[in-house]
Design a protein around this ligand. Sequence first.
Ligand SMILES: [Zn+2]
Length: 322
Amino acid sequence: MAENLQLSQIAQQVSRHITLLKMATNTGILNVPKKDGKSDVYLIESGNDDTSGLKLLELIAEMFPQGKLKAVINTHSHADHCGGNAILVEKTGCEIWASKGEASLMEYPSIETQLIWGGTPIHDILSKFLLARPCHVTKIFDGEELIHIPVEAENSEITLQIVSLPGHYVDQTGLLFTDTDGKKIFFAGDALSGRNVIKTYWIQYLLDERQTKESLHKVSQVQADLYIPGHGDSVDSVDGIVELNLLAILETENMILDELKTPKTTEEILKAVADRNLITLRTSQFCLIGSTLRSYLTGLYESGKITYEIQNNSWKWKRNNA
Ligand SMILES: [Zn+2]
């Protein structure tokens, strides 16, 4: 996160009490006024690292001088969404809210890099972009629960509906707020990517392809006034962007199937897919896109579209009936 972010350039009030901060990872601020003139502030996501967390504290102080950070609510445990948690807890003693599966990864973030690598990773990939500092999750969502946040000053309440959206990651959740003005604001996490992001990064990281597609369909069923993707531009109508997200997945599937007209190893498919997408694979992309590719191969295998053979100690994927 750039140090010189100006509030006026990134802040957009999206409902009576919710402000969207348009940053590398879209971040929300929910300010809940109390009767004594003070307010409880909730952050949705916390940026990439300590610097991001401290910057968010500065922005909160600037926007809501009477506010105190009560909790960070995370959609999932990727470092670019929860990397600021640890410093925010240290500085303010705030709570951390997340789903059960994501909470376990926030407590043991090294699992993330082990998962991507498929074993203990070389130190080169242990950057802040993949490895957050650990933090303790104080409130674990009870499934798809409805959380009531009283607004004392208005004798009213804001509700937060937890929406399970696994696929991009193990136990990701969407966060659907209904503000006291009736506006429904949906933070979709990385279940949804903005149009501008899809255009730049056609192959998005995913852990489970089938679940990712199911979660995209689920996002399209959510009724909201504003849909905020983890990264990129928000939309007030979701159908077109869901379709674009699905199209990118199907296109990648088709590309892999096309490459498997002849049997190939996973490494050979990775090179072919990267070449065709004009992607220059550096260390971290090798890991992230490699991990994503293996998830696609599992999806294609489990749906019966491809199979594999092991010959001369070499594992090759091939199309079924090819
Ligand atoms: Zn993510």
